[in-house]
Design a protein around this ligand. Structure first.
Ligand code: HPA
Length: 271
């Protein structure tokens, strides 16, 4: 893996004149609008990046953006990889390894999720304060590369308390309704049954989705600080479980995206 990381990093350095990002951003479903906040200097399609997984979805090829948000150099993944697409955990998280090698210290992840917490409404914005890994897999399984991180990484503060309070303070100052909660990550691609939503709420999760956990595990393994934010696009609350479609998920996410982008931008600037 080390050779692939350094080969890919070298290739990106050549294409970006040694651009050095401090913050890495992974844009989730319907949250692509955040790229508007980036003053972009370089763009590289995934298909031009050695060892990068190639998107299986047509017209969704994905690219890396390099530029700035306020006072910070950032890089963003427009298009992420999901386990349900058939990628391995190592493939899904390879971009995070490359981010680290390029100098990224803070990882920002966004996603759409289903809410189990009965206090949540559709369109709720949730700062992720912890996660439960329900994937039947872990990106760190296999021989540990000690130069990348420890064999048994600590996960007691997977989502930075410091970055969470920046977001909560900004939301309070601007009267933006915001919640905090635990994100359960599982494979999908089915949405959950009512019994599964009930189970997830009982084990302590406030929201559920099909991404984020693998990337955050690798980010923590490599010593990055993490900020995670989720848009609750549908509810898995007892008695309120209705038919969900991917279209509805994207629609709700798109409606809330400007507000989420504003919060993320502020966290990046104040970080
Ligand atoms: N379940 C899983 N993933 C999701 C959901 C959900 O209800 N909504 C958006 N992504």
């Amino acid at each position: 893996m080390l050779e692939e990381i350094s080969f890919t990093t070298k290739s990106i350095h050549e294409k970006t004149k040694n651009f050095s990002p401090q913050v890495g951003i992974i844009l989730g479903s319907g949250l692509g609008g955040l790229v508007r906040e980036i003053k972009t200097e370089f763009e590289i399609p995934y298909s031009d990046i050695p060892h990068f997984p190639q998107s299986t979805v047509k017209g969704h090829s994905g690219k890396l953006l390099f530029g700035s948000i306020g006072n910070k150099n950032v890089m963003a993944m427009q298009g992420r990889f999901h386990y349900y697409e058939g990628y391995s955990m190592k493939q899904i998280t390879f971009p995070v390894r490359v981010m680290k090698a390029l100098g990224v210290q803070i990882l920002v992840v966004s996603n759409a999720s289903g809410g189990m917490n009965p206090e949540f409404e559709v369109g709720e914005i949730m700062i992720i304060n912890d996660h439960i890994n329900l994937f039947p897999d872990n990106p760190l399984i296999g021989k540990n590369e000690d130069t990348l991180g420890p064999r048994f990484p600590d996960m007691s503060e997977a989502y930075s308390r410091r970055l969470r309070s920046i977001a909560l303070n900004f939301a309070r100052e601007n009267h933006i309704r915001i919640k905090e909660g635990v994100y359960a990550g599982l494979t999908g691609p089915c949405f959950e049954t009512p019994a599964e939503y009930r189970y997830l709420w009982r084990i302590g999760a406030d929201a559920v989705g099909m991404s984020t956990v693998p990337e955050v595990i690798v980010a923590r393994h490599s010593g990055m600080e993490v900020f995670g934010i989720s848009i609750i696009t549908d509810l898995g609350v007892e008695g309120k479980v209705f038919n969900v479609s991917h279209e509805e998920v994207l629609e709700v996410a798109a409606a809330k995206e400007p507000l989420v982008s504003q919060i993320v931008k502020e966290v990046i600037i104040r970080a």
